[in-house]
Design a protein around this ligand. Structure first.
Ligand code: SAH
Length: 417
């Protein structure tokens, strides 16, 4: 666990948070002119330390039956953290082009020039695109009339690599003055490393369509997380807050306290991030994931990082575990990171049957974490540590948690399956 240990032990720096809170009050660049219309940052008016206290209280209450929650990990500077930024384009009544977000619960576009939680370079690129459109006679798409070209812009920024991907979501595939438009955009933002056109001609609330054309660069970006490289395509799942994700993964590794000889299961592994980070510290990792594209990305990421002791399988994690249990395979540590709905009984029952020494449960929904902990603690496991991470400062959105469970000694185990 010594590798990449750049003060990522998850401890809070309360003084830094307080100083930065003061900076927010003194600094009018940290005020949002559209917060009431946008509705994205419900907690913006609340001091950050109070936001953290409230989030910690919610999780702490849910996990209380199983053990104590350690101090929540907040951000030193809780702004401009979103590495994925989305803007919808439209034309206002007088013909002016606007870009921003849909007003909550409607399809009315609220103009957003700068956002306090989005990457600032991404916002600047969106501003440039808006400025360039009229001179290239590119019209934003009008949903009601089904007329126009540019629907959305999606930007993904590699927080550590600094690579930038711009995805132009268009209503049709023919892109007039494409080359000159791209040249003009790159001239103003030479940091852009790839530009992709995504064609979405359906009447849908989904931002991205099926068809993609790479207009510049490789069509994806690579970011570095916990010292490993990960390929991010327009549709890949990748945590939005890279700073907090590094803390989260390092804490998961610290909780697992690998000794080097373990066989580890990375369940719900997505593009393989957690398993690849763990692979340095253990003998073997097996990853399982339902999404076909994510599995293919995970395999590519393992190759990219020259990780030889990891294997990925596509399938339902529950069914995969049932099969492993039937074959009486052994696993020393289960790392699991299920979606918001949590895990299912097939998975949890088979986990208990496989009888790993430790389970490290990474959760994006404390409610389902508590439900699954209730099952695991009734079937031979005990929660040893738990910690929450604020992934979305200024927002009510969910809190991420890591919980460590140990297998109880044989005599203390109860509850048959
Ligand atoms: N560990 C990854 C992804 C976590 S998100 C990361 O941190 O990047 C949860 C993942 O679970 C998603 O990739 C989703 O596709 C996957 N998933 C959802 N239901 C599943 C199931 N029944 N079996 C396996 N994977 C599933």
């Amino acid at each position: 666990m010594e590798k990449n240990q750049k003060n990522l032990n998850g401890k809070n720096n309360i003084k830094k948070i307080k100083d930065n809170q003061k900076r927010k009050i003194d600094d009018n660049t940290l005020a949002c002119p559209v917060s009431s219309k946008c509705g994205g940052c419900q907690l913006l008016e609340q001091p950050y330390l109070e936001q953290l206290e409230e989030k910690e209280k919610i999780v702490s209450k849910l996990l209380a039956p199983y053990g104590k929650l350690e101090q929540i990990k907040g951000m030193d500077f809780p702004y401009f953290y979103r590495n994925k930024v989305h803007a919808v384009f439209a034309q206002a009544k007088g013909g002016k082009i606007i870009s921003g977000v849909y007003r909550e619960g409607s399809h009315e576009v609220v103009q957003v020039d700068k956002c306090l939680i989005e990457d600032q370079q991404a916002d600047a690129i969106i501003g440039t695109i808006k400025k360039l459109l009229p001179s290239f006679k590119i019209k934003p798409y009008n949903e009601d009339r089904g007329y126009g070209f540019l629907r959305h812009v999606l930007i993904r920024v590699g927080h550590n690599s600094k690579e930038i991907m711009v995805v132009l979501v268009t209503a049709s595939s023919v892109f007039p003055s494409k080359n000159n438009f791209i040249k003009a955009l790159r001239r103003e933002h030479p940091q852009i490393t790839t530009i992709v056109q995504n064609i979405n001609n359906r009447n849908t609330s989904m931002v991205l369509g099926e068809q993609e054309k790479v207009l510049y660069g490789p069509g994806y970006i690579v970011d570095i997380l916990c010292g490993k490289s990960f390929k991010i395509s327009p549709k890949s799942f990748y945590q939005i807050n890279s700073i907090q994700t590094e803390f989260l993964y390092h804490t998961a590794m610290e909780f697992a306290d690998f000794q080097g000889n373990e066989k580890v299961l990375d369940a719900y592994c997505g593009i393989g991030t957690i398993g690849i980070v763990a692979s340095d510290y253990v003998q073997e990792v097996v990853g399982v994931e339902l999404n076909v594209d994510a599995v293919s990305d995970a395999k590519g990421n393992a190759r990219k990082n020259q990780v030889k002791n990891i294997h990925f399988y596509q399938g339902d994690a529950g069914r995969f575990m049932v099969k492993m249990a039937e074959k009486r395979e052994t696993v020393d540590v289960v790392l699991m990171d299920p979606p918001r709905a949590g895990s299912d009984e097939a998975f949890l029952k088979s986990t208990v049957r496989l009888n790993p020494k430790k389970i490290v449960y990474i959760s994006c929904n404390p409610q389902t974490l508590a439900r699954d902990l209730s099952f695991l603690t009734k079937h031979g496991y005990q929660m040893k540590r738990a910690m929450a991470f604020d992934m979305f400062p200024q927002c009510e959105a969910h809190v991420e948690c890591v919980a460590l469970l140990h297998r109880k000694k044989a005599e203390a185990r109860g509850g048959k399956l």
